[in-house]
Design a protein around this ligand. Structure first.
Ligand code: PAF
Length: 284
């Protein structure tokens, strides 16, 4: 039976009990409104750890002033049912007041990696993510923490933060889960009208075109981006925000694909901003 706890003290007490029994602990941080992408992270954590905590917290510090904090979809009852089905032990669902002191003055900033891609239009986003993820890791002290590759820049930043701060948790990146037509699963897909939902398939199609260019032996990042942009241009409802090929080490654009890269896009379909990506390493 999945237990729902709302306070830091409660979740700490549970983890203490588990640790005393020699249990390993996995953490799956989420903002709720869970879908099959989250389910894949939870199922993996359940398979790899004796205990799993799923945090459900719409984190205010990672939303900019004109973003969708208030309208972000929420359904705790449905989330708990899904967590229970996946076999996790606890849903940690704190209030913003439980998580943040009104006079907090500590920030967690990973220099450089958050400047490009989503960082350009969401300048405070990754500091908010790093702050809440640090807190969740400090509260639950897991052996492993699970993040989806759909938020690839987030995954790279969290990995670097954990390494730089010697946090002693293994960050596990998990593959993107897609709808049948290729659209990456996302809580924000619920914002799409039927017409926009049909148009949104263009994101994964455009990335497939970019990957095909690389698999054909091309090493120019501009050629990859051109192939992606050409497919996006075929969909009138798609307004690309960025199409980039970046180094997975620095998250800055590369000219040539020589080591591992991330090809990442952000596209507005109507009012909804969607992201998608793939990793590619020419040496593998
Ligand atoms: O990926 C998300 O859902 C959020 O950014 C995270 C990692 C739960 C932090 O709020």
């Amino acid at each position: 039976m999945t237990q729902v706890v709302t306070t830091i003290d409660e979740v700490r007490a549970l983890v203490r009990t588990w640790r005393a029994q020699g249990d390993t602990v996995g953490l799956v941080p989420t903002m709720g409104y869970l879908h099959e992408g989250h389910a894949s992270l939870i199922t993996r954590s359940v398979a790899e750890n004796a205990r799993t905590v799923v945090s459900v917290f719409v984190n205010p510090t990672q939303f900019g002033p004109n973003e969708d904090l208030e309208s972000y979809p929420r359904d705790l009852e449905r989330d708990v049912a899904l967590v229970e089905k996946c076999g996790a032990d606890v849903v940690f669902h704190p209030t913003p007041e439980e998580m943040y002191f009104p006079d907090r003055c500590t920030t967690v900033h990973v220099e450089g990696l958050g400047k490009e891609l989503c960082g350009k239009s969401r300048p405070i986003h990754f500091d908010g993510v790093c702050l809440v993820v640090s807190k969740l890791l400090n509260i639950t002290t897991p052996d492993r923490a699970y993040f989806g590759q759909k938020d690839a820049q987030q995954l790279l930043i969290v990995r670097r933060m954990v390494r730089d701060l010697s946090m002693g948790v293994q960050v596990v990146g998990c593959p993107i889960v897609r709808e049948e037509d290729g659209l990456a699963k996302s809580s924000r897909n619920t914002y799409l009208s039927a017409e926009e939902r049909a148009a949104a398939v263009v994101l994964s199609k455009s990335l497939a075109a970019g990957r095909a260019v690389l698999e054909g032996g091309e090493r120019s990042a501009a050629a990859v981006c051109d192939a992606v942009r050409a497919v996006l241009a075929s969909e009138p409802l798609a307004a690309p925000e960025y199409v980039e090929v970046v180094s997975t080490d620095t998250v800055t654009p590369v000219e040539r694909v020589e080591g591992e890269v991330l090809c990442a896009i952000a596209v507005r379909i109507g009012n909804t901003r969607l992201i998608d990506n793939f990793f590619y390493n020419p040496n593998e």
